[in-house]
Design a protein around this ligand. Structure first.
Ligand SMILES: C[S@@+](CC[C@H](N)C(=O)[O-])C[C@H]1O[C@@H](n2cnc3c(N)ncnc32)[C@H](O)[C@@H]1O
Length: 208
């Protein structure tokens, strides 16, 4: 689901960009390393700060990035004009039905978007489908612990509580689709946020 006006203001904000650049990117890089020269997908790219980080801090060669909200894609297009069209493809798309071929990316990045998708397990299945065997999934996510807080319930809009996840549910769903996280994950702020990197195993078997 798209962000409401309050969350959009919180996200499209210099403080969020500083946090993403200085803290989240550094932690993700420590957990998963760079993706130098690689082909990367970013889901829910918002106004494109994460995409910039994937080029500048992670060294990606080519990035495809999409968001459900056309207004976000317009903002990202302006921010990232220097990478278009040779190294970047930007488009409106849905993380629960990713418009990309199977096993076509070396890495997928998720900066806080999957908790916005009611059928979040479909997004996990789609990520596992498009990442190459041996490829990586970098994620920063917001858990049910945060979404249940008064501030989130009062001011922000998210899927209903039956669609929320915690660390265990999220990791179990990734691992069911062959994305192994193991200990490569940290919890922050009393478990409100999880930041980690999984690696797609080489087999395609989904455990039921
Ligand atoms: C919390 S914001 C994060 C934006 C950006 N990744 C960042 O870290 O600043 C979540 C983003 O996911 C997008 N979004 C929500 N549901 C989506 C979906 N089903 N598919 C793709 N993008 C989605 C929203 O429009 C929004 O830009």
């Amino acid at each position: 689901m798209k962000l409401n006006a309050i969350e959009k203001a919180l996200m499209n904000n210099p403080a969020r960009a500083v946090l993403q650049r200085r803290y989240e990117a550094a932690l993700l890089r420590r957990l998963g390393g760079r993706v130098a020269g690689k082909r990367v997908l970013e889901i829910g790219c918002g106004r494109g700060v994460g995409t910039e980080i994937i080029f500048e801090r992670f060294g990606a060669g080519e990035v495809h990035a999409f968001d459900l909200d056309p207004d976000m894609i317009d903002q990202a297009r302006r921010r990232l004009a220097r990478y278009l069209p040779n190294r970047l493809k930007l488009y409106v798309g849905d993380g629960a039905a990713i418009d990309e071929p199977d096993a076509s990316f070396d890495a997928v990045f998720d900066f806080a978007i999957i908790h916005h998708i009611p059928n979040w397990k479909d997004a996990v299945a789609e990520i596992a489908r498009v990442v190459k065997p041996g490829g990586k999934f970098y994620f920063e996510e917001v858990t049910e612990h945060a979404l249940g807080r008064w501030f989130y319930r009062t001011f922000l809009e998210h899927p209903q509580s039956q669609h929320w996840f915690n660390k265990e549910k999220f990791v179990a769903e990734l691992e069911r689709h062959g994305i192994v996280v193991g200990e490569n994950l940290v919890e922050r702020f009393f478990g409100d946020f999880i930041i980690g990197v999984g690696r797609r195993s080489r087999s395609n078997n989904v455990e039921n």
